[in-house]
Design a protein around this ligand. Sequence first.
Ligand SMILES: [Zn+2]
Length: 85
Amino acid sequence: MAAPTPARTFADLAREGLEVEVVCQKCGRTSVIDPTAPALRDKRIGGRRYRCSAAGCRGIGLPSLKPKTSLWAERLARHAANVRK
Ligand SMILES: [Zn+2]
């Protein structure tokens, strides 16, 4: 039995302020998947294959979870504000 994972679908990711960044193993192209896209929201994250969208590449992408950049910056700012008080 695997440890319970809080985020299972892309909608879960969005709720937790995470996004999936995929790095192509062939050309190094990085793209961020928008978890709120209607086509993806209810899709499971695990067991998916990511293919590079660069013309003529079709390399396999390696997905990794990242905190949503904007949200992360916001959190850091809030933290900094709390520290100053
Ligand atoms: Zn590629």
